[in-house]
Design a protein around this ligand. Structure first.
Ligand code: BGC
Length: 726
């Protein structure tokens, strides 16, 4: 009996300490003990490299936590639904502070932070100033919660909208992706938080991410899949995370050609590379030799595990020093700078930050269709509004992978609509599962808002490991997130829309999701469709503001919505090998002269705009010049609104194969009714170049180029002219 009690006591003590350990988020000062001025960083690092022991150096190359991290993450994720900071490279003896990692991109995942709309939604704002302010808040909240390393700059290109993690990234176009990536990076890094761009490279299939081998040719890699990385590198991103997949036959984490020849020697990246977690590398020696610096989240193949290979001569101390140097130089550069402000806990999800989440959600929503101008609904003329669908009451802000955390609050669509109509009209709700209840709710309503789409079960990060996934069937992955095999709504949602449309003429569908949803089966049955995304903590309020016209919708699609899936590149979520071709998204639609359901850059407004013929200042340029284009944009309707003017360059006269056109500038313009503004759009001739695989150089062709300006990528929305580079 006594023994049993003692055993129970010990077990309880163990469980108690595990919980205490999990909840304990040590409040570490992120500044290094050794103060080094920015100019002396290199000197100090060289000194450290001479004086540190090998053991201490190896410590810099892996996460600090052992296997107990799993316990901690399990408890924190399962119970308090927040991540914990993960540290790497703490060395008090040598005065070196650790990397203190928090994930993103919806916000800082290690606490109840401001929960922004997902990155794909933010891409739909086409607003780099806003994205920079989002980064600013993320940076502040990172520091207020003791993180100094932000793993949330996800810039993998959306080659196919079925990609499970599409929501974390910025769409199908490298230019838009790069501009948004730079905006968030600069916003975050101004707070001396090191931003990490991920996942390098070609990671855009989720279910097979741990093993798929992505084959790519030299031009496609550089012109399509890396330009956005080049843009964040040029903007000074501190760090890069390698992808799990293989590229051209080698895991990215072991890929010397990719991490050293391309990333460092060709693209000029000077920061450090961390591994994607747990399965990012399998061989420490290969990884170090390839240029992969820090293994995360813990020492599995690197760190002290490398000692043995150094002893036996397979790895040299010079190889180790190269990595340690990059880590120390970057850390010291960021962690020794003066801070622009003081970071206190009350910054986390404060009123101003939550307002920014609202602004981002409002600007992100895309009005896809608005027949007979059903929207905006006039609050004063309504007596009963029906809200339908399980997602109308859902507090999900995206998937439940690494970007997930539980914010202070989430306003659901039903709450937002109810608040907006409070005292004006009644709001009735049905989840749509009971036909009788549905009929009673919908039949005599003035308008019906159906909230339909996806959640963490249908799309998102896929958390099974490689061994478990090989050889699986579609049935094995149903309801487990990951990639979408079909881009249509779930059958139950399509049936629901069908039922509702038979009962009421005034139907608005608000779509929840992180990427393209094919609407062809039902879009003619309803009046209005809004792409509302995973819209963050303020999403319900934003949706109501759009529906009732307090805010004029202004979002534009950051991807093409096809009519059917066979218009898209092949997409096999279980692929062991895949070749990424030169065309996808709008370049593929242009090339094959296909008509999309909704074009890249499409989005309606409650007002109308006219965009003038573009005027080019100087129609003959040299390759060192900048093209200056002026257009006049006028709000020709009755309400104020924002329009996003897009500029594409056309390559019809190229001597080599090139896309018909590529986005090269865009600007969001706010206009009052009747107001017009002249805007200047610039493009450097250098940004019209192509990669010549024979000379291994970027070249600007001397020829006549086309210039397109308008409010979507579709020809009918674009004004055309031309200019010459000679
Ligand atoms: C994801 C990364 C993430 C990391 C840590 C990995 O599974 O692929 O994007 O940063 O986990 O959360």
């Amino acid at each position: 009996m006594k023994i049993a009690l003692i055993i129970i006591g010990i077990i309880l003590l163990l469980i108690g300490s595990m919980f205490a350990y999990a909840l304990y988020n040590p409040n570490h000062e992120v500044k290094p003990q050794t103060k080094v001025s920015e100019n002396d960083v290199e000197k100090h690092v060289n000194h450290l490299l001479k004086t540190m022991s090998l053991k201490d150096k190896l410590k810099q190359l892996a996460g600090d936590t052992g296997q107990l991290l799993y316990v901690k993450l399990g408890i924190r994720f399962g119970l308090i639904k927040q991540f914990c900071i993960n540290y790497a490279g703490r060395d008090e003896k040598n005065g070196i502070q650790p990397i203190a990692f928090s994930d993103g991109p919806r916000g800082i995942t290690v606490g109840p932070s401001t929960n922004f709309p997902v990155a794909m939604a933010r891409a739909a704002t086409w607003d780099t100033d806003l994205e920079n302010r989002v980064g600013d808040v993320i940076g502040q909240e990172a520091r207020a919660q003791n993180a100094n390393y932000f793993g949330g700059v996800c810039i993998n290109l959306l080659r196919h909208p079925g990609w499970g993690r599409a929501q974390e990234s910025y769409g199908e176009d490298p230019w838009l992706m790069g501009k948004m990536g730079v905006a968030v990076t600069e916003g975050v890094q101004q707070h001396n938080v090191m931003a990490c761009a991920k996942h390098f490279a070609l990671n855009s299939i989720e279910d097979s991410r741990f093993y798929v081998d992505v084959k790519v040719d030299d031009r496609t890699l550089r012109e399509v899949y890396l330009p956005h990385y080049q843009m964040v590198i040029d903007a000074g991103v501190a760090s890069i995370m390698n992808a799990y997949n293989k590229v051209n036959g080698e895991y990215c984490g072991h890929n010397k050609w990719l991490l050293t020849d391309v990333l460092r020697n060709e693209m000029g990246f000077e920061g450090f590379v961390t591994s994607d977690w747990i399965w990012g590398i399998y061989d420490g020696v290969k990884a170090i030799k390839a240029g992969m610096d820090v293994e995360m989240p813990m020492e599995m193949h690197s760190g002290q595990k490398l000692q043995k290979y150094i002893d036996e001569g397979t790895l040299s101390t010079e190889d180790v020093d190269k990595c340690v140097k990059r880590v120390l130089e970057t850390k010291l550069k960021y962690l020794t700078r003066e801070d622009p402000m003081v970071y206190t806990k009350d910054l986390v999800a404060n009123e101003e930050h939550c307002k920014l989440a609202l602004e981002a959600a409002e600007k992100s929503m895309v009005l896809l269709k608005n027949e007979n101008q059903l929207l905006p609904l006039d609050k004063k003329k309504l007596s009963k509004v029906a809200v339908i669908g399980q997602l109308a009451t859902s507090k999900e802000t995206g998937d439940k992978g690494s970007s997930y955390f539980r914010p202070k609050y989430v306003v659901t669509p039903l709450e937002g609509i109810t608040n907006a109509l409070s005292g004006l009209a009644s709001v009735v709700y049905s989840d749509g599962t009971n036909p009788e209840e549905l009929k009673a709710t919908v039949a005599d309503a003035d308008a019906v808002i159906v909230v339909a789409g996806y959640g963490p079960k249908e799309e998102g990060e896929f958390l099974m490991n490689d061994k478990a996934v090989e050889g699986r069937t579609q049935q094995d992955v149903i309801n487990k997130g990951g990639d979408r095999f079909s881009l249509t709504l779930l059958e139950k949602d399509e049936n629901l829309i069908d039922q509702v449309s038979k009962l009421n003429e005034n139907v608005v569908v608000s779509l929840v999701g992180g990427s393209a949803i094919i609407c062809e089966n039902w879009k003619d049955k309803v009046s209005s469709v809004i792409m509302a995304w995973y819209s963050g903590m303020e999403g319900g309020n934003a949706l109501a503001n759009i529906i009732f016209g307090d805010v004029n919708p202004s979002g534009k699609l950051p991807f093409t919505v096809p009519v059917s899936q066979d218009q898209l590149p092949n997409f096999d979520p279980f692929a062991k090998e895949v070749t990424y071709g030169y065309y996808h998204g709008y370049t593929l639609f242009d090339e094959k002269e296909m008509k999309p359901a909704y074009a890249f850059g499409h989005g309606l407004s409650y007002t109308t705009f006219s965009i003038s013929e573009p005027v080019i200042e100087q129609t003959e340029l040299t390759e060192n010049d900048t093209l200056n284009v002026r257009v006049n944009i006028k709000n020709t309707g009755n309400v104020s609104g924002d329009e996003i003017v897009q500029l594409y360059i056309g390559f019809e006269n190229s001597m080599v194969e090139r896309p018909k056109k590529l986005l090269r500038n865009f600007k969001r313009v706010s206009l009052q009714p009747g107001e017009s503004k002249e805007i200047l759009l610039q493009v450097k001739a250098q940004d019209m170049d192509w990669y010549n695989p024979d000379t291994r150089k970027w070249e600007v062709e001397k020829m006549e180029y086309q210039l397109f300006v308008g409010n979507s990528s579709e020809s009918k929305d674009l004004k055309r002219t031309s200019f010459i580079i000679n």
